[in-house]
Write a protein that binds this ligand. Structure first.
Ligand code: HEC
Length: 127
């Protein structure tokens, strides 16, 4: 686990890029899920997301950490995760390049992945 102090400059830098990011005006309930869904989400994350976002969504050589302040629910609501998995993401916060759409995951599976990631974010004290 990266010490919080080491992440701080990164958070500041990311903060400067926040203006261009879409935000939903309504605030749906985030990550409302039972333990079974979180467990499914962990396995699905490993299969579909980990090679870029790293084990435990802590970041990797090809993608940013999702356990990070900028991906907390008020800035990247669950809908942003669905959009990312379904349609991909243009690089705008980081230098890893674009995220391609992830083939082979459906909406229910992404919902389970979100439950897992939100749990990790809460454990890390992000929100
Ligand atoms: C091929 C590598 C790769 C894979 C696989 C991948 N991602 Fe990403 N993802 C990225 C990169 C790179 C970014 C950062 C884009 C940027 O600069 O903002 C990103 C950004 C995101 C974002 C932020 C979206 C936004 O609106 O800014 C979410 C959410 C996300 N990924 C979720 C996922 C999930 C969930 C999976 C698995 C289903 C996944 N990613 C698989 C590379 C990947």
């Amino acid at each position: 686990m990266t010490p919080k102090a080491a992440l701080f400059p990164l958070v500041l830098a990311a903060g400067l890029a926040l203006a261009g990011c879409s935000k939903s005006s309504d605030r749906p309930v985030q990550g409302a899920a039972g333990p079974a869904q979180v467990a499914d989400g962990a396995g699905l994350f490993t299969d579909h997301c980990q090679r870029c976002h790293g084990a435990g969504a802590a970041g990797g050589p090809f993608g940013p950490p999702l356990v990070h302040k900028i991906y907390e629910p008020n800035h990247h609501p669950d809908a942003a995760f669905h959009r990312a998995a379904l349609g991909g993401v243009r690089a705008h916060h980081w230098q890893f390049g674009d995220m391609p759409a992830v083939p082979g995951v459906n909406t229910a599976e992404v919902t389970a992945i979100i439950a897992y990631v939100r749990g990790l974010q809460r454990e890390a004290g992000i929100y």
